[in-house]
Design a protein around this ligand. Sequence first.
Ligand SMILES: C[S@@+](CC[C@H](N)C(=O)[O-])C[C@H]1O[C@@H](n2cnc3c(N)ncnc32)[C@H](O)[C@@H]1O
Length: 318
Amino acid sequence: MQQISFYDKQPDEGDTEAELLSGLIARNKRIAPKFFYDERGSELFLEITRQPEYYPTRTEMKLLGETSSHLRSLIGDDSVLIEYGSGSSEKIRLLLNSLKPKVYVPLDISREYLAKAAEKIAMEFPWLEVRATCIDYTQDLDLPFSTDGRRVGFFPGSSIGNFSPEEAERFLGRVRRQVGDDGALVIGVDMKKDRDTLERAYNDRAGVTAAFNLNVLAHLNREYGADFDVTGFDHLAEYNADEGCIQMFLVAKEDQSVSFASTQISVEAGERIHTENSHKYSAEEFVSMAERAAFEGTEVWQDDNGWFSLFYFQAKAA
Ligand SMILES: C[S@@+](CC[C@H](N)C(=O)[O-])C[C@H]1O[C@@H](n2cnc3c(N)ncnc32)[C@H](O)[C@@H]1O
């Protein structure tokens, strides 16, 4: 029999609107990447992962498939697996049969998509207790229920790269507190590599990443009553070597005046709205960061090109 519960901890709409407005009236306009993900954005992300240029997903899935039995020996039985930004929950499927956790806790900001993905997992794995929680993990990690069993965080997709290195270290520290002294973390991280490979991955020929980037404006129109002319922007993704990250922007093709939260916002032709950073690391840089956040006992697996790494970290006792 299916065992599924759904918890809604979405942030207050007023706070979200204030956060969006402060980014849109800033000198360098920005919209945080979490706003990509309404139901349409989550569908587009899944389509990105199927593009030939987007190497991270297939590389990470291969690593997960190859390491699942080793992960089982590290994690043990009856764990509580907490996935940050679970999306379609495709990757956890590769681990569930071998890890046999007691509870799976998918956390995601995209409520409807999360509910559907969690329902599918609960149907496919009827022995598993699924506790789906809609939450903004940049603001809140408190689970609205208690759990017994060893807590193991799962953070695939190199979503850690959306944080600056300082924010990423703080986030790892929060995860460490959430999993506790006997907890662990399995995390997938995109590695530094040549500019061409990186830029190709974020500029696929089918234009899916462009559609995903532009959907953030459509999302603001649909959910928050903005009136962006979505066709008046172009997608731009480029590698910033100084920052060590891919940066995505929407570039206005012409002047626009946009109404949002009772405010008129001017966007000039050529002006950029920054929508995402995706930081790349070396394995050594990432291990040092995790150690500063009180993890240890590292295991790391990489593909033959050294493009992507999967890490297992154990909590360092406080
Ligand atoms: C890049 S996708 C990765 C999806 C999946 N984990 C994978 O590896 O393919 C990021 C996921 O995190 C979710 N997400 C993004 N920002 C979030 C936030 N602040 N809080 C909770 N979920 C978030 C998105 O809805 C999306 O499902």
